[in-house]
Design a protein around this ligand. Sequence first.
Ligand SMILES: [Zn+2]
Length: 412
Amino acid sequence: MLDLIVRGARFRAADGLRTADIGIAAGRIATIATSLAPSGTQVPVLEAGGGLVVPGFVETHVHLDKTCILDRVAIREGTLDEAIRETAQAKRGFTAEDVFARGRRTLEKSISHGVTRMRTHVEVDPGIGLQGFAGVQRLARDYAWAIDLQLCVFPQEGLINNPGTHALLVQALRDGAGVIGAAPYADSDPRGQIDRIFEIAREFDVDIDMHLDLAETTDGMQAEYVCHRTEEFGWGGRVTIGHVTQASLLAPDEFASLATRLAGAGVGVTILPATDLYLMGRAPTRAKPRGVVPAAPLLAHGVNCTISTNNVLNPFTPYGDASPIRMANLYANVCHAAGDAALGDCMAMITDRAARQLRVAVYGITEGAPADLILLDATDPAGAIAELAQPLWGLKAGHMTFRRERAVLLPP
Ligand SMILES: [Zn+2]
């Protein structure tokens, strides 16, 4: 017995694009066939009308706890140091209620842009304690009808240099955080922080997602060291590094060697174009580097990559609508991705590849997968990225979570 039929869905199958009906039962895709909805069917029908249906977008890297704080900070330099400093200052006024109220503004935008799964980083330190964590935990509970929210706790203001932070990270992991993060560049002892994070990950058997190598020169890169630790701890496939803007400054042979190393160690890369474009390239007065690490040569070497939103409306990124398709388009534009294959990769980096990086067990438009589906105003993945196709409706576990109307022209 089906609960819902999505009629006329165009989607990517193993052998290319096909159009079929998707039958949903008990929150999962039960069957896919050419025609599931004969006239007179008693099962509710949701029309896709030949439009592109993709599995719900997966955001691998967002900061809901520090979103929407532009009215509380002063941005003069637009640098990483200033962003950390200003946010730390604003954070002193955060409460769990406040984090919830701001976080929901961005989370609701995410949901309306087709996101059905998100890893959100949450800052934990003696200043904020576990209040940010509590606020985001409430978001996870209250919005479970639309999105799976995974919490990654991390020490934005340092770990080795910030006594009390370690105990709070451990407490958050005991209280349900699913992933441990890091920001070694914000620590007096970056490698000390990396070592400590790997030890915590092993103790709690959780994946690792580090902010890494976010700077404007190639000095002091830690990616190789993280690969080394990943192999020592046997954590291949469970480690992600985000930003890695320094890699964008490497010579091609050095870049290829790093890509080989990452692929071999099983370390994935998250590309955060909005933040990297905004924070990097501040020092040069001309010929400014873009600071966005190119995915194509990483993918070619076998590194799994994702594209994600990161920050919205704060000193790290004073923009944002929490739209993965916009972020993929921004990445494509900056990194010269064009044509069906390269733009298809961009779509994969906000869907299949992102789900793989979060180690989602069953994902995609396939029988048995959760019925987390969105209809895009497009007919193929490359076109959707190129034209910033808007999501027209979304399903979470077979239930509709949002709807967007197409614009209608009104001639005189
Ligand atoms: Zn981040």
